[in-house]
Every structure is written in C-alpha cells, then in structure tokens.
Design a protein around this ligand. Structure first.
Ligand code: GAR
Length: 212
C-alpha cells in the first residue's frame, strides 16, 4: 500500500473527492494516511476528522523561510512513511530542496489547462478570473507532478471544460471542479499507487499494466 498525505489550505473539496473515491474502493493500492494543512481553520481538517484520517497543521508563518518550512514538512512526511504527497488546494509554494527530495512523488491539481493560466499568482479563483478576462471558450484542469518550477512539472491528466455565456469566476470554478478536478485527482492518485505512471523526462506515460 502507498501511504498518501494530502496537503490542503482551504475548503478541501478535492480532499473530499479522494475520500469518496477511497470509500468506493477506487484508490487502488493507496491509503489516505494524513491530511496536512497550512491553516488551522481550514474546513478540510473537518473533512479529514469525519473520515478518521489524522490531521496535522504546519503553518508557513511559524517558520522563517521556505527552506525551513520544507525541512519540517519533509521530516513529518518521512516519519509518517508517506509514499505520495498530493497538493489539493495547497496554497504555499514549496522550496526547491523539498521538491527535489520528493521528486516524482508529489502530485498537484491546478484549475486550468496548463500551460495556460498557471505559474506564480495563478491560484484558486484568480485562475478563473484570468480565463474569463482573456475570453477563452474552453478551460479545464490539470494534474501534474511537482517540480521546482511552479506549475511546471510533467502533466499526468487533463480535462477540458466549456466556458458558458454569463459565467462568473465562481460559476466557472464550480463547473471545473465538478466536471474535471474531482474526477481527475482520484484517477491520477490511483494510477500512481498502482505503479502505472512512468516519468520520462518532461512527460508522463500511463502504463496499461504496472512495470511495463
Ligand atoms: C481547487 O480549484 C484547486 O484546483 C486550486 O484551489 C482549489 C482548492 O479547492 N488549486 C490551485 O489553484 C493551486 N495552484 P478545494 O480546497 O475545495 O479542493
């Protein structure tokens, strides 16, 4: 079994999608083992509690640098014997050293079709505001491996979602979550735990069977 830690900062609807997938037996060879929040008041911690998953809080402001935050996080993950780190609405940028230490073992969900509307400053509702300001007719979500470059790691899964006339950032965010994020994230996590994601340089190959 791959022990999974989910990193959160807010509402945790993507965490909930993972919990529901695990309940349905859809996280093959994976076990949600820890939820780590950057915010003690995040509703995601409530969701973890209801699902009997141990919750932890690690606040960025309790550390004087991104590096020391990354070191504390790495220690916690290693003590818990975590095999996969999932960033599910985690709003703190991780240090390059942390990203290197866990290379190939961190997945992130981003609410756009990367490489559109991503990188520093593009998070949460801002992503959908930017998509609407640009007038795109199609947007979506991406699950990717995390590298030292913000939103720059190898793409695992993507799904397109149509923009509708009269959309607000809020209505678009909700549709992208419902139609893309909540499906993609559990699927990508399961593929990882099944050993079916193969990193080949800048890209990911999805194997029909593990170890092919
Ligand atoms: C989600 O839309 C997620 O894709 C986004 O924040 C939201 C968190 O919602 N993440 C980013 O923008 C990361 N750059 P949730 O707490 O309900 O899962």
């Amino acid at each position: 079994m791959v022990k999974i830690a989910v990193m959160v900062s807010g509402g945790g609807t993507n965490l909930q999608a993972l919990i529901d997938a695990e309940t349905r037996g859809e996280l093959i060879n994976g076990e949600l083992s820890a939820v780590i929040s950057s915010d003690p008041d995040a509703y995601a911690l409530e969701r973890a509690k209801c699902a009997f998953i141990p919750g932890y809080v690690l606040r960025r402001r309790d550390f004087d640098s991104t590096e020391s935050y990354g070191e504390a996080l790495a220690e916690m993950l290693e003590q818990l014997d975590i095999g996969l780190v999932v960033l599910a609405g985690f709003m703190t940028v991780l240090s390059p050293a942390f990203c290197r230490r866990f290379e190939g073992r961190i997945l992130n969900i981003h609410p756009s079709l990367i490489p559109s509307f991503c990188g520093p400053g593009f998070y949460g509702l801002h992503v959908h505001e930017a998509a609407l300001a640009k007038g795109v007719k199609v947007t979506g979500a991406t699950v990717h491996f995390v590298s030292e470059i913000v939103d720059g790691g190898a793409i695992v899964l993507q799904k397109a979602v149509g923009v509708q006339p009269g959309d607000t950032p809020e209505t678009l965010q909700r549709r992208v979550m419902e139609q893309a994020e909540w499906q993609l994230l559990p699927r990508a996590v399961s593929l990882f735990c099944e050993g079916r994601l193969k990193l080949e340089g800048e890209t990911v190959r999805i194997l029909d069977r593990p170890g092919e």
